[in-house]
Design a protein around this ligand. Structure first.
Ligand code: ZN
Length: 133
């Protein structure tokens, strides 16, 4: 059976990796989701989601910095909105991910956390979450 929920995320910078692990844990607890697969989905074309290290915040800072180094904003892109770099970064990281839920808990590795990846902020964003149990 499928259950769904929607979350809000506000970014404060143009490129920003925001940990949403706690919000997702709260959502799982609030909905009483026990055993199944959780899909985290971003309905935007200039944002993404990823799982990475949650222990040292410098890892997320390095990913922000390197994303901008690798795909700079000021290339001669054709797209008139001027945010092609953000579209490319969003596709590189991907618009969804899955996490296993066991006995009401996210089955993540010790150092893992879930990040919302903002590439064209600051903005108010949505994250869709679906649980299949
Ligand atoms: Zn655009």
């Amino acid at each position: 059976m499928l259950s769904t929920a929607e979350m809000r995320v506000s970014s404060g910078k143009r490129t920003q990796f925001i940990s949403i692990t706690r919000q997702i844990v709260e959502l799982v607890t609030r909905n009483g989701w026990q055993d199944g697969i959780l899909t985290v989905y971003v309905p935007h074309t200039t944002a993404a989601v990823t799982i990475n290290e949650n222990a040292d915040p410098d890892v997320a800072r390095d990913m922000e910095w390197f994303s901008d180094e690798l795909i700079p904003r000021s290339r001669h892109f054709r797209h008139g909105e001027g945010n092609s770099d953000a579209h490319i970064k969003a596709s590189f990281f991907g618009s969804s991910l899955q996490v296993i839920v066991r006995e009401g808990k996210l089955w993540l590795g010790t150092w893992q956390g879930i990040y919302f990846c903002e590439f064209d902020g600051p903005r108010e964003r949505k994250v869709y979450v679906a649980f299949t149990g």
